[in-house]
Every structure is written in structure tokens, then in C-alpha cells.
Design a protein. Structure first.
Length: 174
């Protein structure tokens, strides 16, 4: 079963990213999706040579030359992954804050991952996609502790980083 780990808004917090990478290591994820505002200057070395695919989009605080200095391609504003027949589109949220504005079509049951607000949210749009914001690994703005998300073929879960408390959970349907 394919599993994606999702985070956003690291803002260069080496400690938070290191803790997160340690937490997801035993999960054997297929890919790590980062929805922007990485802070590569501070954390880029931690993202090199991961045992799974790394997928990033550029956030409003990400500098293009930081990608190149760590040997990464400059991250796009939007990226698309697949989990079976489900499309997972990701954008930071500053440029494309609404799934309907994306340069790709999302359908019922697809997933739109966004960051930018530092607020963990998960909701299903009637006749549209699931909207997922994993919150922030470093500076949450919702009074909760830092958070991240896991997506697999059957569910989306948002968890707090340290206590692993489930903030949001949604069983996926098609």
C-alpha cells in the first residue's frame, strides 16, 4: 500500500524536521511531500539522500537559489502525485489558495494539499476534493502543537508531532 508523509511550513527548524524524519522512518513511506516554506538554507542537508521520494513545492519564503545550492531542482508552485486512481495536487497556498484555481482539474475524491496558514485542517468539498493542510512542523498558528499528515489509499490522518494525537481523520471514498 502506498503511503505519503506530508508536512509544511518548516521555516528552517532543523530540530523539528529532524524529529519528524525520525518519526516517519519506521513507517516506510513511499514519499515525503513538503508544501512549501522549507527553509532549505538551514535544513537542506537533512533532505538529501532520503530513502524515499522527496516532493516539494515552493512557498512564499523559499528562495530559488537555496534549492540549487543543495542540488535540488527549483521546486514548482504546483505538483501532482497519484495514489492509485486518486490525484494528489500540492501547492503552498500563497499563489494557489483555492483548488479551483489550480492549472489542473481535481475531481470528487482527489486531494488538494496546501500549507501557508500554519493551521491543520482537513475537509471534504461536496462533489470535489479533500482539502488538506498538515499545519506546521515548527510554528503552528492554531494553538495546537506542530503537526503533519499521512495519506494512504484508505485514509488521511493529521497528527501532532510529539504526542501523536490525531487532530483530523478522514476515511477516503471514491
Amino acid at each position: 500500500m502506498k503511503q505519503l508523509a506530508v508536512c509544511s511550513d518548516i521555516h528552517g527548524s532543523r530540530h523539528a524536521l529532524q524529529y519528524f524524519l525520525t518519526e516517519i522512518e519506521p513507517l516506510h513511506v513511499d514519499a515525503l511531500l513538503i508544501a512549501g516554506d522549507v527553509g532549505l538554507k538551514e535544513v537542506g542537508v537533512l533532505l538529501q539522500n532520503l530513502p524515499y521520494t522527496l516532493v516539494m513545492v515552493r512557498g512564499n519564503c523559499d528562495l530559488t537559489w537555496d534549492y540549487q545550492s543543495f542540488g535540488f531542482k527549483v521546486a514548482p508552485r504546483v505538483t501532482v502525485q497519484k495514489i492509485k486512481e486518486r490525484t494528489v495536487a500540492m501547492s503552498h497556498g500563497d499563489y494557489y489558495s483555492d483548488w479551483r484555481a489550480l492549472p489542473i482539474d481535481l475531481h470528487d475524491g482527489d486531494i488538494f494539499v496546501t500549507g501557508h496558514t500554519h493551521v491543520a485542517t482537513l475537509r471534504k468539498v461536496k462533489h470535489g476534493p479533500y482539502i488538506l493542510n498538515p499545519g506546521s512542523l515548527s510554528y503552528p498558528r492554531d494553538g495546537r502543537e506542530p503537526s503533519y499528515a499521512l495519506i494512504d489509499e484508505q485514509k488521511i490522518v493529521i497528527k501532532t508531532l510529539r504526542t501523536k494525537q490525531i487532530i483530523e481523520h478522514e476515511n477516503l471514498s471514491l
